[in-house]
Design a protein around this ligand. Sequence first.
Ligand code: ADP
Ligand code: MG
Length: 286
Amino acid sequence: SIPLGYFGGIGAASKNGILFKGSNFLDSIAQISQVVMDKTGTMTEGVFNVQEVHLQPDFENSKILDFINALESKSTHPISTAIKDHVGEVDPSVVLENVEEIAGHGLKAQVEGKQLLVGNFKLMDKFSIPYSIDPSSIVYTLVAIGYDGKFAGYLTIADSIKADAQHTIDQLKAMGVGITMLSGDKSNVVKFVADKLGIPNSFGGLLPEDKVEKVKEIKAQKGTVAFVGDGVNDAPVVAISDVGIAMGGLGSDATIETADVVIQDDRPSKIPMAISIGKKTKQIVW
Ligand code: ADP
Ligand code: MG
């Protein structure tokens, strides 16, 4: 099999597109007891598509979709790409003022002198926008729109599970590693993906600092943690994990820089592979 020792271990990993930033991480990953993973962009493609558009009657013949398209063009969140793909080119006549990105919630601006909000239903709650639907009854990621203090409607968007996600989970289970999924997305969508893959523990609606708290809890209760994520919202949790792993393809620069291990092709099956390489290296070195 593979010629190992630390240099061999790092070499074998890098041939498979797994970059270890130090040989000490081969040791730590070999001993990991828990793998905690982000959902969007890590276990799913992180490429959303608009499924349905539901506008309130008052907004049906309005420019509201052009407004949110213009606002989303200021964001790099994967959701912004879905909106652009659906609506098309940004209407240059839409003038935005006071654009703000609200972490874990979405975006806010002024358009035609009125407040425009686009994001999740937590954002609607934060700005006291009343709505009559129950977001937890819909198993899709939702993009809600508020304009001038009123609920203007929502879009359902969907992402797909990565082709090797099931294999990843099966292999981690066979290794006896505990698995948890954490996400900023809605809890019922997170649970849907977790159930589909057979991930026993999942938590949604988390802000970056909530992910940090969860990982600290898991470390205290269950043992050492490798965390795998891609988004800029994952940088803090990658930093505090025993082994921080970043998706290197579509992952954010901050997260890649903070990580101890980088998976270049964004395939989650490289996680169990990295653990096996760590274990084999250990047998040879010790
Ligand atoms: P995640 O990438 O895990 O979903 P984020 O913290 O980036 O976590 O976002 C959490 C949630 O906030 C998203 O699932 C989405 O509902 C909402 N959100 C964030 N940014 C935007 C945006 N630009 N447009 C619409 N919704 C957004
Ligand atoms: Mg993500």
